[in-house]
Design a protein around this ligand. Structure first.
Ligand code: HOZ
Length: 431
């Protein structure tokens, strides 16, 4: 492996002159792990290839959507065929109906769905809809959860906000920020207390049913059930942000896995096979408020884009086949189990969280249950681990506050190779 990434470094410098920070999304700058980003030239299956000619086993998978791996032949074919018919019409198509039908048949709580262009758009629109439906102003989120970069969500948010260590973002007026309450994840008591005083003013509770943007944090038993009960009691809408968990932890997402029916669900990139897409959906009654059926406005030229819907349909067809989630579970169970054993045998303070094929690595002995415990893990050791792994051909998320994704394209050999590299790196961390 080439340790000096000449071409990536040159491109990064060139990018910085014309793009803020040289990147189009902050975390990928790899600042938090003390290095520079790789510039990617192409990807295939479980591997990505950088501008300097190096190959990496990829565990980022474009931050989750590439559950089949990169450039899956059926997805590529679907996109190519769609592109040959035109890249955007800004008019309805049969394929967007097919994708909507497919989503509805898989996700238990969705009766009607609106396609948008990103997860951020989905959450922003879902909150507007919740406010319109309930006639209330407040929303309640959880510390370390990330729901995209809409103004209302950049309060104690995860992902890039956590990575950069900033409490919120300048540019979000106090008047808007004051309409968002943020409480510790997994703390139902705090939710109960808060609802006793302001529950009648809360339009929606929005939650990642499994947090994926402060690293992966699982809901403790009873947390999601409790949120459902409280929101029903106060006639507040419950929004599941399943941008990461949707079609990832089960075909029907976390709501299928935990058997909870939210009022609204936000979906993201996975339903477009990595192309820019998002969606929000719920009961016919709530969704009927959206224009042109109702008065709540939300629109977009690229919504239901034919390339994204073609890719999404190809992905969801494959995911609907029998045995897919069992395969993912087996791969991830083996990988995380073995990784923990290796760290234990070297006495590294290390723990993992996992559900299905997504998980996170924490250099900590703490039980991970919320943003506070996440922050006790060492980001310095994660940064060293990241750099050492990358220099040996394994590409992880360039932030301790993101997830690791295993795809169907990761072979047993890939996983074993990665574990051997991890073992070597664990050894170096002790030095
Ligand atoms: N905040 C995104 C992941 N949770 C990162 C997106 C990107 O940099 O592409």
């Amino acid at each position: 492996m080439n340790d000096f990434l000449e071409r990536s470094e040159t491109l990064f410098k060139r990018g910085q002159a014309v793009i803020p920070g040289g990147v189009n999304s902050p975390v990928r700058a790899a600042k938090a792990v003390g290095t520079h980003p790789l510039f990617i030239r192409r990807a295939e299956g479980s591997r990505i290839f950088d501008a300097d000619g190096n190959t990496y086993l990829d565990y980022v998978g474009s931050w989750g959507p590439l559950i089949l791996g990169h450039a899956h032949p059926r997805v590529v074919k679907a996109v190519q065929e769609a592109a040959a018919r035109g890249t955007s019409y800004g008019a309805p198509t049969e394929s967007e109906i097919e994708l909507a039908e497919r989503i509805i048949s898989c996700v238990p709580s969705i009766e009607k769905v609106r396609l948008v262009t990103s997860g951020t758009e989905a959450t922003m629109s879902a909150v507007r809809l919740a406010r319109a439906f309930t006639g209330r102003p407040l929303i309640l989120k959880f510390d370390g959860c990330y729901h995209g970069h809409g103004d209302s969500f950049l309060i104690k948010a995860g992902s890039g906000i956590a990575t950069l260590g900033i409490p919120g973002s300048p540019g979000v007026p106090q008047e808007i920020a004051s309409l968002t309450l943020s409480l510790p994840y997994n703390d139902l008591e705090k939710v109960r207390e808060t609802f006793k005083t302001v529950g009648h003013r809360v339009a929606a509770v929005i939650v990642e049913p499994v947090a994926g943007n402060m690293g992966v944090v699982l809901p403790v038993p009873g947390f999601l059930e409790g949120l459902r009960d409280i929101t029903i009691q106060y006639q507040t809408l419950l929004i599941f942000d399943e941008v990461i968990t949707g079609f990832r932890v089960a075909l029907g997402g976390a709501q299928e896995r935990f058997q909870i029916r939210p009022d609204l669900t936000c979906l993201g990139k996975i339903i477009g096979g990595g192309l820019p897409v998002g969606a929000y959906g719920g009961s016919k009654k709530i969704m009927s408020l959206i224009a042109p059926e109702g008065p709540v406005y939300q629109a977009g030229t690229l919504s239901g884009n034919p390339l994204a819907t073609a890719a999404g349909l190809a992905v969801l067809e494959i995911l609907s086949q029998k045995g897919i989630y069992e395969q993912l579970e087996a791969k991830a169970g083996f990988f995380f189990g073995r990784l923990n054993e290796l760290a234990r045998s070297r006495e590294i303070p290390f723990t993992t969280t996992r559900i299905g094929s997504m998980g996170s690595l924490f250099f900590s002995r703490e039980d991970i249950r919320d943003y506070e415990t996440v922050q006790k893990a060492s980001i310095e050791i994660y940064a060293q681990f990241y750099r050492e792994m990358r220099s040996r051909g394994v590409y992880l998320a360039p932030s301790a506050f993101e997830a690791l994704f295993i795809s169907l394209a990761h072979s047993q050999e890939d996983l074993e190779k990665t574990l051997a590299v991890a073992d070597e790196v664990f050894g170096r961390l002790r030095e």
